[in-house]
Design a protein around this ligand. Sequence first.
Ligand SMILES: Cc1cc2nc3c(=O)[nH]c(=O)nc-3n(C[C@H](O)[C@H](O)[C@H](O)COP(=O)(O)OP(=O)(O)OC[C@H]3O[C@@H](n4cnc5c(N)ncnc54)[C@H](O)[C@@H]3O)c2cc1C
Length: 544
Amino acid sequence: MTQLLRARSGTAAAAVTNGPPAGPARRPHVRVAVIGTGFAGLAAVHALREARIDDYVVLERAAEVGGTWRDNNYPGIACDVPSHLYSLSFAPNPDWTRTFSGGAQIQDYSRQVARRLRMDEVTEFGAEVLAATWQETRQCWQIRTATREFSADAIIDGSGGLSDPAYPGIDGLARFRGTICHSARWDHDADLSGKRVAVIGTGASAVQIVPAIQPQVAAMTVFQRTPGWVLPRLDRDITRAERRLLRAFPLLQRALRGGQALVRDGVLSQVMHRRSVRRIVQAVATAHLRRAVADPPLRAKLQPSFEIGCKRILISSKWYPALAQPNVQVETSPIRQVSEHAVVTADGREHPVDVIVLATGFHVSDTPIAARLHGRDGRSLAQTWGPSPRSYRGVTTANFPNLFRIGGAGTATGHISHILQIESGVRYVIGALHAMDAHGLSSVEVTEAAEHAYTLRIRQMLSGTVFVAGGCTSWYLDKSGQASAAWPSTARRYRRWTRRFDIENYHLTLRGARSRPDQAAPLINPQIPAAAPAAAMAQIGATS
Ligand SMILES: Cc1cc2nc3c(=O)[nH]c(=O)nc-3n(C[C@H](O)[C@H](O)[C@H](O)COP(=O)(O)OP(=O)(O)OC[C@H]3O[C@@H](n4cnc5c(N)ncnc54)[C@H](O)[C@@H]3O)c2cc1C
């Protein structure tokens, strides 16, 4: 593991020293195309194997497996969820060395799981999906990647909710003569020693980057729009003895993971719903700020004005101490523009810098893949969604037969491991594939009525939660102000809601029952009446 850690390099492409592996035979048609080799891709491949479905291919735009933890390798990167919980259920790892793992160790773990799954044999690397269009007459997806074109009966889209970095539209950014570095595409060749550095953004990545680079830079200005709530990070080494114990008693590891899930799902999830719980957690965060920052003006700048949990809660014991260092300045005047050598704020001041670090997040509600997937009526997912992404049970979308998105709209939580959500989604997809086999179906497509009822139900659950009523803007919110990224409940409940593939809420097309090019394929189940959302909700089983 240490060797791999050392071998880890700045970019995904550079991490593979001998070039991408040859990959699988390039067949003109497969049953399933999986997009991505993050945890969603790994979980999908594992589940396909378990289900004895072997006619599939994985498409990965990078040169090696890994997703989030391959692409985000900035200094200080680490997970905010305990290591044993942030692991795939089928690949428990007794060898985690920290209670909260660093990004490099998680990427190393991904590689180990990938080796075990023999991902190299089924993955086409460098195969960015550029377009995929549903062919109604052929009942399959026509897929164009960076390397070839082929077709697949179904797509499992594991391209990730946080995989495409968002660059801010700051006037003059392109004119800047120094180095610009996005947190998600860190430039490891950039030497920060003795440099004047601007950090734009104060979210989850910034709170990890700033303490990691502060000791080496000459001066740092952190440009803050909205201060977030920060809780201390209770991180420690997992001792050799503990690791031996976990290795010897796998049940102990499962119990540990179960306990962590229970606490987070049972207690932390309540931050979403209960002001009384928020007050307690907020008191802990306020005490953390008071203890770490003695200077009243700085403390005032860092005091959040919204309710805790509205934005993702930040976890760091090093962020405040780093901001209190003499070479760091927190700037709250908004950025007006960037000149060739400086950041200029709205109050007219120039802040000369050599390097700009953009910790500005990702395209979430406008994920690029959505503009590349075209459904039954030819419109893209992005066009179909408009400003507000939606998906039925976080997986399927009306008008997009046999398209299964893992960790899609309405699955993000702020309290627990996203891997749990991913694995629930994958199980639902396998249920769909089994149902297709069992009933001789060439396609399944969620009815608009079921999707509509589900969306209403989720919005109802979201109303009053801290995501929408907490007084902040966040990446959970889309352009229309809906918290369409968020799952407003526990991971246990999402698991329950995805346990069974509810075939009754899908349009079904029998194999061989091809439609004419200008006609929809025959449907063998009626739509749920859109006018009766309550009944529809009961029918979709989204009532408990
Ligand atoms: C900095 C950071 C910290 C995080 N910390 C936490 C945390 O503490 N706890 C937590 O639960 N979650 C965290 N997350 C969320 C994290 O993204 C998920 O936990 C999880 O890793 C998502 O896995 P995924 O497989 O769905 O997506 P990803 O890991 O993003 O993988 C998507 C894969 O799809 C590939 N891909 C994308 N588009 C295409 C295309 N068009 N064609 C081909 N391939 C494509 C990408 O290259 C990538 O390999 C964090 C995310 C980030 C960015």
